[in-house]
Design a protein around this ligand. Structure first.
Ligand code: HEM
Length: 168
Protein backbone atom coordinates (compact mmCIF):
# COMPACT_ATOMS: atom_id res chain seq x y z
CA UNK A 1 0.00 0.00 0.00
CA UNK A 2 2.81 2.39 0.93
CA UNK A 3 4.54 1.58 -2.35
CA UNK A 4 1.37 2.53 -4.25
CA UNK A 5 1.14 5.81 -2.34
CA UNK A 6 4.79 6.69 -3.08
CA UNK A 7 4.26 5.73 -6.72
CA UNK A 8 1.17 7.95 -6.88
CA UNK A 9 3.02 10.99 -5.40
CA UNK A 10 5.94 10.32 -7.81
CA UNK A 11 3.51 10.21 -10.76
CA UNK A 12 1.84 13.42 -9.52
CA UNK A 13 5.17 15.27 -9.37
CA UNK A 14 6.41 13.86 -12.73
CA UNK A 15 3.15 14.86 -14.48
CA UNK A 16 3.50 18.40 -13.05
CA UNK A 17 7.15 18.56 -14.23
CA UNK A 18 6.31 17.42 -17.78
CA UNK A 19 3.30 19.72 -18.07
CA UNK A 20 4.85 22.88 -16.58
CA UNK A 21 8.29 22.19 -18.11
CA UNK A 22 6.74 21.69 -21.56
CA UNK A 23 4.69 24.89 -21.31
CA UNK A 24 7.78 26.84 -20.19
CA UNK A 25 9.81 25.39 -23.08
CA UNK A 26 7.15 26.52 -25.57
CA UNK A 27 6.89 30.01 -24.05
CA UNK A 28 10.59 30.66 -23.38
CA UNK A 29 12.29 28.80 -26.25
CA UNK A 30 10.05 27.82 -29.15
CA UNK A 31 7.87 30.95 -29.46
CA UNK A 32 10.87 33.36 -29.29
CA UNK A 33 12.63 31.16 -31.90
CA UNK A 34 9.72 31.63 -34.33
CA UNK A 35 10.22 35.41 -34.05
CA UNK A 36 13.76 35.12 -35.45
CA UNK A 37 14.03 36.18 -39.09
CA UNK A 38 15.56 32.80 -40.07
CA UNK A 39 12.48 30.84 -38.90
CA UNK A 40 9.69 33.28 -39.81
CA UNK A 41 8.75 31.31 -42.95
CA UNK A 42 8.12 28.06 -41.11
CA UNK A 43 6.79 29.68 -37.90
CA UNK A 44 3.02 29.01 -38.42
CA UNK A 45 3.61 25.35 -39.37
CA UNK A 46 6.10 24.84 -36.52
CA UNK A 47 3.77 26.38 -33.92
CA UNK A 48 0.82 24.40 -35.29
CA UNK A 49 2.67 21.07 -35.13
CA UNK A 50 4.26 21.57 -31.72
CA UNK A 51 1.04 23.11 -30.33
CA UNK A 52 -1.01 20.08 -31.41
CA UNK A 53 1.61 17.66 -30.03
CA UNK A 54 1.91 19.46 -26.71
CA UNK A 55 -1.91 19.75 -26.44
CA UNK A 56 -2.30 15.95 -26.19
CA UNK A 57 0.66 15.68 -23.80
CA UNK A 58 -0.73 18.40 -21.51
CA UNK A 59 -4.22 16.81 -21.32
CA UNK A 60 -2.64 13.44 -20.44
CA UNK A 61 -0.63 15.24 -17.70
CA UNK A 62 -3.74 17.00 -16.35
CA UNK A 63 -5.68 13.71 -16.26
CA UNK A 64 -2.71 12.05 -14.49
CA UNK A 65 -2.57 14.91 -11.93
CA UNK A 66 -6.29 14.52 -11.25
CA UNK A 67 -6.18 10.72 -10.85
CA UNK A 68 -2.95 10.60 -8.83
CA UNK A 69 -4.26 13.53 -6.70
CA UNK A 70 -7.37 11.47 -5.86
CA UNK A 71 -5.11 8.48 -4.97
CA UNK A 72 -2.95 10.72 -2.74
CA UNK A 73 -6.10 11.87 -0.93
CA UNK A 74 -7.31 8.28 -0.55
CA UNK A 75 -4.00 7.32 1.07
CA UNK A 76 -4.39 10.25 3.47
CA UNK A 77 -7.73 8.74 4.48
CA UNK A 78 -10.10 10.98 2.52
CA UNK A 79 -12.92 9.48 0.45
CA UNK A 80 -15.95 10.68 -1.51
CA UNK A 81 -18.04 10.83 1.70
CA UNK A 82 -15.64 13.48 3.12
CA UNK A 83 -16.02 15.51 -0.05
CA UNK A 84 -19.81 15.73 0.24
CA UNK A 85 -19.90 16.07 4.06
CA UNK A 86 -17.46 19.02 3.91
CA UNK A 87 -14.94 17.16 6.12
CA UNK A 88 -12.37 17.37 3.31
CA UNK A 89 -12.26 21.18 3.47
CA UNK A 90 -11.61 21.45 7.24
CA UNK A 91 -8.37 22.72 8.80
CA UNK A 92 -5.24 24.13 7.09
CA UNK A 93 -4.88 21.03 4.84
CA UNK A 94 -8.51 21.22 3.69
CA UNK A 95 -8.45 24.97 3.08
CA UNK A 96 -5.21 24.79 1.06
CA UNK A 97 -6.63 21.84 -0.89
CA UNK A 98 -9.87 23.79 -1.53
CA UNK A 99 -7.96 26.76 -3.01
CA UNK A 100 -5.72 24.38 -4.98
CA UNK A 101 -8.68 22.54 -6.51
CA UNK A 102 -10.47 25.81 -7.38
CA UNK A 103 -7.35 26.93 -9.26
CA UNK A 104 -7.08 23.50 -10.93
CA UNK A 105 -10.71 23.90 -12.13
CA UNK A 106 -9.82 27.35 -13.51
CA UNK A 107 -6.75 25.87 -15.26
CA UNK A 108 -8.91 23.16 -16.87
CA UNK A 109 -11.39 25.80 -18.08
CA UNK A 110 -8.70 28.14 -19.47
CA UNK A 111 -6.86 25.20 -21.10
CA UNK A 112 -10.06 24.07 -22.83
CA UNK A 113 -10.82 27.60 -24.13
CA UNK A 114 -7.18 28.06 -25.21
CA UNK A 115 -6.81 24.64 -26.88
CA UNK A 116 -10.20 24.30 -28.56
CA UNK A 117 -11.35 27.89 -29.30
CA UNK A 118 -8.74 30.66 -29.18
CA UNK A 119 -5.70 28.61 -30.30
CA UNK A 120 -7.32 27.16 -33.46
CA UNK A 121 -8.77 30.61 -34.36
CA UNK A 122 -5.34 32.26 -34.06
CA UNK A 123 -3.66 29.46 -36.05
CA UNK A 124 -6.23 29.69 -38.88
CA UNK A 125 -5.86 33.46 -39.22
CA UNK A 126 -2.06 33.17 -39.00
CA UNK A 127 -1.98 30.72 -41.92
CA UNK A 128 -4.38 32.89 -43.96
CA UNK A 129 -2.54 36.19 -43.37
CA UNK A 130 0.44 36.29 -41.02
CA UNK A 131 0.68 40.10 -40.83
CA UNK A 132 -3.01 41.10 -40.50
CA UNK A 133 -3.94 43.10 -37.38
CA UNK A 134 -6.63 40.52 -36.54
CA UNK A 135 -4.00 37.73 -36.63
CA UNK A 136 -1.75 39.63 -34.22
CA UNK A 137 -4.71 40.31 -31.90
CA UNK A 138 -5.73 36.63 -31.83
CA UNK A 139 -2.14 35.45 -31.33
CA UNK A 140 -1.67 37.91 -28.46
CA UNK A 141 -4.91 36.69 -26.85
CA UNK A 142 -3.82 33.04 -27.14
CA UNK A 143 -0.42 33.93 -25.62
CA UNK A 144 -2.09 35.67 -22.66
CA UNK A 145 -4.24 32.63 -21.95
CA UNK A 146 -1.09 30.48 -21.98
CA UNK A 147 0.78 32.88 -19.66
CA UNK A 148 -2.07 33.10 -17.15
CA UNK A 149 -2.35 29.30 -17.13
CA UNK A 150 1.38 28.99 -16.51
CA UNK A 151 1.19 31.44 -13.60
CA UNK A 152 -1.76 29.51 -12.12
CA UNK A 153 0.19 26.25 -12.53
CA UNK A 154 3.12 27.70 -10.56
CA UNK A 155 0.74 28.86 -7.79
CA UNK A 156 -0.90 25.40 -7.71
CA UNK A 157 2.58 23.84 -7.42
CA UNK A 158 3.39 26.10 -4.44
CA UNK A 159 0.05 25.13 -2.86
CA UNK A 160 0.91 21.44 -3.41
CA UNK A 161 4.20 21.93 -1.56
CA UNK A 162 2.55 23.78 1.38
CA UNK A 163 -0.24 21.18 1.44
CA UNK A 164 2.28 18.55 2.50
CA UNK A 165 4.56 20.65 4.73
CA UNK A 166 2.32 23.41 6.06
CA UNK A 167 2.45 27.14 5.21
CA UNK A 168 5.21 29.66 5.86
C1 HEM B 1 -2.42 21.48 -11.94
C2 HEM B 1 -2.52 20.42 -11.23
C3 HEM B 1 -1.66 20.07 -10.04
C4 HEM B 1 -0.35 20.38 -9.75
C5 HEM B 1 0.63 21.21 -10.56
C6 HEM B 1 -0.05 19.75 -8.47
C7 HEM B 1 1.18 19.81 -7.83
C8 HEM B 1 1.47 19.21 -6.62
C9 HEM B 1 2.75 19.26 -5.94
C10 HEM B 1 4.00 19.98 -6.46
C11 HEM B 1 2.62 18.57 -4.79
C12 HEM B 1 3.71 18.44 -3.69
C13 HEM B 1 4.40 17.11 -3.69
C14 HEM B 1 5.41 17.14 -2.57
O1 HEM B 1 5.95 18.19 -2.27
O2 HEM B 1 5.66 16.08 -1.98
C15 HEM B 1 1.26 18.07 -4.71
C16 HEM B 1 0.77 17.32 -3.68
C17 HEM B 1 -0.53 16.88 -3.58
N1 HEM B 1 -1.55 17.10 -4.50
FE1 HEM B 1 -1.36 18.08 -6.26
N2 HEM B 1 -1.18 19.08 -8.03
C18 HEM B 1 -2.18 19.26 -8.96
C19 HEM B 1 -3.46 18.76 -8.92
C20 HEM B 1 -4.00 18.05 -7.85
C21 HEM B 1 -5.34 17.54 -7.78
C22 HEM B 1 -6.38 17.72 -8.90
C23 HEM B 1 -5.48 16.91 -6.56
C24 HEM B 1 -6.66 16.21 -5.97
C25 HEM B 1 -7.66 15.70 -6.63
C26 HEM B 1 -4.21 17.01 -5.88
C27 HEM B 1 -3.93 16.49 -4.64
C28 HEM B 1 -2.70 16.51 -4.01
C29 HEM B 1 -2.43 15.88 -2.72
C30 HEM B 1 -3.40 15.13 -1.84
C31 HEM B 1 -1.07 16.10 -2.46
C32 HEM B 1 -0.29 15.61 -1.23
C33 HEM B 1 0.48 14.35 -1.64
C34 HEM B 1 1.08 13.66 -0.44
O3 HEM B 1 0.38 12.88 0.20
O4 HEM B 1 2.28 13.89 -0.16
N3 HEM B 1 -3.33 17.71 -6.70
N4 HEM B 1 0.59 18.46 -5.83
Amino acid sequence: MRFLYLFSVWLHVVAAIIWIGGALFLALVLVPATRQAAYRGIAPALIQWSGARFRSISWVCLATLLLSGICNLAYRGFGWADLWSGQLWQGPFGRTLGIKLLLVALILLLSAVHDFVIGPQARERWQADATAAETLRLRRRASWFGRINLLLALIVTALGVTLVRGGI
